[in-house]
Design a protein around this ligand. Structure first.
Ligand code: NAP
Length: 404
């Protein structure tokens, strides 16, 4: 706001104070607050004195969300540009005095108070999550890491082919910041979003309703706004089933060995079990695996070697081997124990050939990466988002988009 006042007046704040006085500055600040108050999809930083006028607060709050970054005076003074402020000419003492007068006002008017720790950048994470939720338009995918995600490419391609002019963004929301993101979404204009690692399970308590298989398996990968309410769905489980079916596989009567017990594994384990498979889950935290199947264990070499000979379908639902994840299977010797006709399925799709799939193929086993599942869960998400019903058409468009 101060930069805008400076631009409009052609003078720095310091010059405005010196030549016109504080009263004139406050008048112009009031005009600026009224202009900012009617903006949409913007993050606005205000001067510290803006709260002194109840009209300013009313204008900014009418259409916005006020966040107070609560920082110790000493840390504020360490920012060299702050000492340029006219009211801080006397240094730390004047700042302490201002803080004494204004902090109660900040606390009383803010919708959210963010304590700012020594690491200023990290302290801004909640604010970034909130701002992304509040300002993003159309649809989006949220997760962390998110750089590898092909979801925007797939959804944008179908929107374009259907002449739907709606953006699809990728938002990096780190673990632990869903609360702020959802708060932003509730006050913003996002119509819906898909959810990837690591939020599929953690998101449930923040939603107004969770439908169908998502409620049964406790994992959500698609959220749609419906008359202001956020509704969660799971299209992962059906997506993998469709992908398997198109390759000639089904779950009925099969031994399915799932590695990992996170959001994706929850949906896959539920669907496989409900479709007549005998499901075993191995995860690095055995307790997590126990929640998905009565046949469970810790993900270690011994259990992998013991369970592999019984598996008709092995599904990797961990991020091991995924681009930018930074970790891979330390030992793939268990693959040699799988029966000759077994299928090795990796939910990871980037890279297309993970070390798990390369080794399985080298051993002559059937392999499938996560790309087909990605496409089908995206098609089912679009059914929820925009009522898509031309599945084969969307499949072709998405296939083309990926192969470009
Ligand atoms: P998630 O909820 O974070 O779960 C990840 C699971 O992997 C958890 O059980 C986690 O164990 C385990 N894990 C993480 N790092 C590990 C490591 N270093 N060693 C052993 N286990 C580890 O993630 P998600 O959403 O289920 O996604 C899992 C993978 O599936 C991701 O690569 C994702 O991209 C992929 N995926 C693909 C599709 C598709 O359409 N192709 C759809 C969904 C998911 P802890 O709980 O102990 O951390």
């Amino acid at each position: 706001m101060d930069s805008r006042i400076e631009e409009r007046r052609g003078q720095s704040i310091k010059e405005i104070f010196a030549s016109c006085g504080q009263a004139a500055f406050r008048r112009w600040e009031k005009e600026e607050a009224a202009r900012c108050g009617i903006e949409q999809g913007a993050v606005i930083a205000t001067g510290g004195g803006v709260v002194l006028d109840a009209g300013n607060v009313q204008a900014l709050k009418a259409n916005g969300y006020l966040v107070f970054l609560d920082r110790l005076p000493k840390a504020i003074m360490d920012n060299s540009s702050i000492t340029e402020r006219p009211l801080l000419a006397a240094g730390q003492e004047s700042l302490a005095q201002l803080a004494l007068e204004r902090r109660p006002l900040y606390l009383a008017t803010a919708d959210e108070v963010l304590p700012v720790a020594a690491n200023f950048k990290d302290s801004l994470n909640p604010l970034l999550a909130l701002a992304q939720g509040a300002t993003c338009r159309g649809f989006a995918v949220i997760g962390d890491p998110i750089g590898h995600s092909l979801s925007p490419l797939l959804h944008r391609a179908v929107f374009k082919a259907l002449n739907i002019d709606i953006p699809y963004n990728a938002l990096r929301i780190p673990q632990g910041y869903l609360k702020e993101f959802i708060r932003g979404v509730r006050g913003g204009v996002l119509q819906g979003f898909t959810v990837t690692i690591p939020h599929k399970r953690e998101i449930l308590p923040f939603l107004d309703e969770v439908r169908g298989g998502a409620a049964l398996c406790g994992a959500v990968n698609t959220v749609m706004r419906d008359k202001g309410r956020l509704i969660g769905y799971n299209t992962d489980m059906e997506g993998l089933l469709l992908a398997l079916k198109r390759q000639g596989y089904s779950y009925a009567g099969q031994n399915v060995l799932i590695l990992g017990a996170g959001g994706a594994a929850a949906g896959v384990a539920y669907k496989a079990g409900a479709s007549g498979a005998r499901v075993t889950v191995l995860a690095r935290r055995a307790g997590q695996a126990a929640a998905l199947s009565p046949n469970f264990g810790e993900l270690n070499s011994e259990n992998l070697s013991r369970e592999s000979p019984k598996a008709d379908i092995l599904i990797n639902a961990t991020p091991l081997g995924m681009k930018d994840f930074g970790a891979d299977f330390p030992d793939l010797s268990f693959l040699a124990n799988l029966p000759a006709g077994a299928l090795v399925c990796d939910l990871v799709y980037n890279p297309a050939a993970t070390s798990l799939l390369k080794e399985a193929a080298r051993l002559g086993l059937a392999v499938m990466n996560g790309m087909e599942m990605l496409i089908w869960q995206a098609i089912l998400a679009e059914q929820i988002f925009v009522g898509l019903d031309k599945f084969d058409f969307a499949y072709e468009i998405m296939q083309k988009a990926i192969s470009k």
